[in-house]
Design a protein. Sequence first.
Length: 352
Amino acid sequence: MASEEKLMSKKKPAFPISEKLNEYLKKHNRTIKIPIFYDDLLRFQGSIVVYDKNDEDTLWVRTYYTEFDRVEIDNSLKKIYTLLHSDGNDDTIPFLNIDAIDYCTFGNSKPFRVKVRNILNDNYTYFYVKKTDASRVYGLELEHILSPQNMNYLVYKDTLIEEHIAGIPGDDFIKDFLPKCTESEKAQIAKEFVKFKERCFVRLLGDMRSYNYVITPTHDFDHIVYKIRAIDFDQQSFEGNLKVYNLQFMKENFKMVEMVSKKLQNSSILQYKIEERSFMAKRMITAPKRTAHLIKCMKNDTISFPENVEKLKQDLINYVGDIAFKKCQNMGEVLETILEFVKRNYLNISTK
């Protein structure tokens, strides 16, 4: 198994939102004027480390602001919450409280996590404030179009607001929950992992190490259904090494990969891959204008380096055997070629 140091670049830059992408976001109601920016939250005066229930460092710190700043920031964050989850109406703001503003010291995005509580019933949820990055926005939008889940986020200038995706972090699940699962549950999780792996691979979402996705158990009437969702979209169509988009080459996923090999036959793995590609093809066919518009934005944008594009093109030619990738000039064209291949295969099979 290759090490992640050899697979991944040391640091990915943030790419600005292009004019065409901004037009796309406006058309699909993804952008709205917000009362606070990411940089405003950096004005915290102090912080303390946030520990988990086992007294281990979570790599988040709880921030503290001056009294004057806190009042202004709290009111602005409450307003953002209403914009993200409702129609922006101020009537609910008196019933909201900002319980915590945490800052992550790990990773590229350095996000803020905001905990919002309804004081009438103590229900709470989170949302995230991040620096805008075109890669991440494309990743969120592709997830919305091609996956079974809808994504809720807002972009305004250099600030990105993301809804919290609930679930058990993959690394915690593998360590604490997977060993307690029944054999039938492990088989079902293996199936979902194959589908998730295929979805990430096809749409070029990279760096899906176990802490970049969550596993969500849902209680059905006689069993538990497990689903896997990506939560980090920073590495959308950036890296040149094809293995970065394949979950099995991340050492953090080794136990999941091992479980798949034990629980599923090759014929079942192939079946689940075909099912996932067919699902993605159906999603593209049912929303053709939106998909085409997004891909057009990507084709006219820069979200990677030329050497990464050339490396990925060659890797895909070697992997798929399709010389169509030779004509690709950027990551948007590479992704378009892959998605067209998937859609074409689905249409060929469905018409037989």
